[in-house]
Design a protein around this ligand. Structure first.
Ligand SMILES: *Cc1c(COP(=O)(O)O)cnc(C)c1O
Length: 377
């Protein structure tokens, strides 16, 4: 019985007969069982207030305590210094593609961008609306199957933008010192690997992430910004798009996505209770090690990216031919392996192993892969 079934049974008193599933979806994605349970209770009766979290005013003490805990826990988990502010904002990571250059890139100035996948490409497109963009490296010619490491950002660049984990292609920068050594302010899209491994987050001027992969529910994104980098562009900014206004208002400039922030708070609390980012990293390493070892042992399927750049969050692979692909997909569907079909632009398969995915799910999938290899191919 999976997590959702257990909760249904608790809530309804009826044994739920839905099939066992393992969720490898890329986003929105699996969250911890404890979070689903607590959030279910919160919808019905939040902290014994007699009210649902869905009907609580965002300017009440009750919600203030929720967002305070979310911000405080995130700062704690990331070991952020006093210069770095945490914001909860609307519009997903995709809004940050334009909000970042709007706030940090003057019309005559230049920003350096790395082109390592679909999300980076979209960020580049938006940045061009606000200033000059210098694409310092790209692996587009090889269908983004590796990370191009031989580049140098111009020291005068307003910032250097990177995507730490390329969710669609399954690559992840394993050694970020390459970026630290550039001596240019860093801006990172960490949507799909934030809080999955220990990083010196203070080295970044700005980090953004849609919540729906490793932080919580869809509908909110997290921005971590060093306030010293703000207020330097000459253009006028709309109120809602100026980070400084959100800092001043404590992420309550207008009605925030209350429920999504609540789910983030619960997930962050879960991560903290589990032992924090270092424990998550250890578990993520165990999961991805098991997965890739299994993948490499099966001739009928193969990984698509350079081994040293493999993502520990999203493993992308293909079958040796269309028939193997179809059969493996059908077997996975039959056995309750959800969300492993590859992105529409890459085809093949993608297995996402975010923080909340239990080791047991990877074990179940790799056992099925071995079964497939031994009995069918
Ligand atoms: C999912 C994802 C996005 C898009 O996030 P939205 O919240 O849907 O806008 C951007 N960047 C990366 C790296 C992602 O994984």
């Amino acid at each position: 019985m999976n997590a959702n079934n257990e909760i249904l049974t608790q809530l309804t008193g009826n044994e739920n007969k839905t099939a066992m599933v393992h969720n490898f979806g890329a986003g929105p994605s699996i969250l911890p069982k404890e979070v689903f349970e607590e959030a279910s209770r919160g919808i019905i009766n939040f902290n014994n207030s007699g009210l649902s979290i869905l009907e609580i005013g965002h300017r009440t003490k009750t919600f203030q305590a929720v967002i305070d805990e979310a911000i405080h826990t995130l700062k704690d988990l990331m070991h952020l210094d006093a210069e770095h502010e945490v914001l909860f904002m609307h519009g997903g990571a995709s809004t940050q593609f334009f909000q970042v250059p709007m706030n940090l890139l003057d019309e005559k100035a230049s920003a350096a961008y790395t082109d390592t996948g679909i999300w980076g490409t979209k960020a580049i497109k938006e940045a061009k609306l606000f200033g000059n963009v210098d694409v310092v490296c790209s692996s587009k010619d090889a269908n983004y199957s590796y990370l191009p490491k031989d580049f140098k950002a111009d020291p005068s660049a307003a910032y250097l933008h990177l995507t730490t984990n390329n969710t669609v292609y399954g690559t992840q920068w394993q050694d970020l010192s390459l970026f630290y050594d550039q001596n240019v302010p860093l801006v990172a899209d960490m949507s799909s690997d934030i809080l999955s491994r220990e990083i010196d987050f203070n080295k970044f001027d700005l980090i953004y992430a849609g919540a729906q992969k490793n932080i919580g529910a869809a509908g909110v994104n997290v921005v971590i910004v060093n306030k010293r980098c703000l207020g330097k562009v000459s253009r006028k900014l709309p109120t809602m798009l100026d980070y400084r206004n959100h800092i001043e208002a404590g992420s309550l400039l207008n009605t925030p996505p209350v429920f999504a922030i609540y789910v983030c708070m619960l997930t962050l609390r879960w991560l903290k209770n589990m032992g924090g980012v270092s424990v998550a990293e250890k578990r993520n390493n165990e999961k991805s090690d098991l997965f890739y070892q299994t993948l490499d042992s099966i001739p009928a399927i193969r990984g698509t990216v350079a081994k040293e750049d493999r993502s520990k969050m999203n493993a992308v692979f293909v079958a040796e031919n269309a028939e193997v692909e179809k059969e493996f997909l059908a077997l996975c569907e039959k056995e309750g392996m959800i969300g492993i079909k590859g992105h529409r632009t890459t085809g093949g398969f993608r297995v996402s192993m975010y923080n909340a995915l239990p080791y047991e799910s990877v074990k179940a999938l790799t056992d099925l892969m071995l079964y497939f290899a031994n009995h069918k191919y």
